[in-house]
Design a protein around this ligand. Sequence first.
Ligand SMILES: [Zn+2]
Length: 499
Amino acid sequence: MKNLSKFLILVLCVFLCVPCFYACNNKNNVESAKSEQHIYNLDVILDDDNKKLEITQNLEFNNFSNKSLNELKFNIYPNAYRSDAKYKIAPDYLEETYPNGKSYGSIEINEVSETVAVANYEICGDDKNILKIKLYNELKPNQKIGLKFSYVINLANVRHRLGYADNVFTLANFYISPCLLNKDGTFFENHYYDYGDPFAENLSEFNVNFTCAKTYKVFSSGEVENQKLNLGNTKTLNLTSELTRSFIIVASKSLKELSANAGDTKITYAYLTDEKPKSSLNTAVDAFKVFTNTFGKTGKKQVTVVEAPYCFGGMEFSNLVLVTTSALNEHENFESIIVHELAHQWWYDIVGNNQVTNPLLDESLTEFSTLYYYFKTQGLTTLRELAAKNLNSHILFLEVEKNVYDNVDESLNRALDNFKTGGEYAQIIYTRGSLMFYNLFELMGEKKFDKALKNYFAENMYKISEIDNLKNAFQKSSKINLKAFFNNWLSGNIEISQI
Ligand SMILES: [Zn+2]
């Protein structure tokens, strides 16, 4: 570096101090979150000829609750892909889910062990979705236990979170993951849904050795610590991450990539068929910068956006988001999905929530954040136009619903299983939910609204947020009584056309 003026050096010093201030300020949150992590050590071998994953999983389960535990519960998401699953992974009308006709997957668990403590285990739950392990000796608060699992996953030919299609292996939710553990020692159990995001996850550290054919490009939630070529045609990548809610690996021979920095974070865009990859990358970088300025710093070193086959619009995972190839026929829409999925790095990944019981904290806030990105980059008129579009679509939806049903539930604070269809869920949680935040923005003004979002982010990072945390952040910043505002919106007691 040369020709630095004194002024530039001063400016640089100020900026270099900001990460230190941020790190110090959030040190307590980070330290406490790290002490509560589960730790995964995974050896994953992708057998691409036979469409299988062979996995050895060592897990250090951390009882950070206040109660002793006699049994441990785990999600086995790969079981949702089997042929006789009670809860489907996607609605039947989404024919693009299966590029070559219906295809199913499965998990075969060969070993669950620990040196002394596993008395027995069983696969249970409403849809063979839970692995329950009984312990000989109770696991006391702050105690950890090392468990070993060996299993094989048969992948379905499916454009979904776990499977292969169009020359891409998408490997998410493949590992045996502890059900969300609450402080009171209870586990949150849930089955799969064909709409919404059926996930609720504590934070974890991942050390993953991923072996695949050496011709594959690999993108994941982790950083590549090292990479080695094996005898034969394979390579093994060591991928690591911490303070992570979910870990995904995408492997393909066809993916190309571009990268750029958004502040301290390297943004990579991996794509298959996108003809405007630079535009997509620029949107990702801009969105990351806008959200960092508006909500707060993530501390992430790298985030990857992957264009991949997926039957829905997109999906968020820690440090990596998917955006579906099929949205590329309308590039503007494709880019708005990039913005939406990246907003989840703040709302779900860092500020955690239970996506099953509180989709409002997840998708409503994320969808409004997408609109807010366009406000920050294009101005108030654009935000108002987008809100008006959502309002009109929602009014039309309500008219149709009221013609069919006597009682139409307009409440926002509903769990995933309280919706009749995926369409109703999308209209209430995405469209109506984003209108609640828009209404709040118009009431509070940009300055107070931004302050509330910053506080909400800073106070709840690395925790599982509840609706009261959100209400409190806005209440504190607005200086007006928002009790009736939230009560009316959450209970559905709003004349929507009047907002
Ligand atoms: Zn979302």
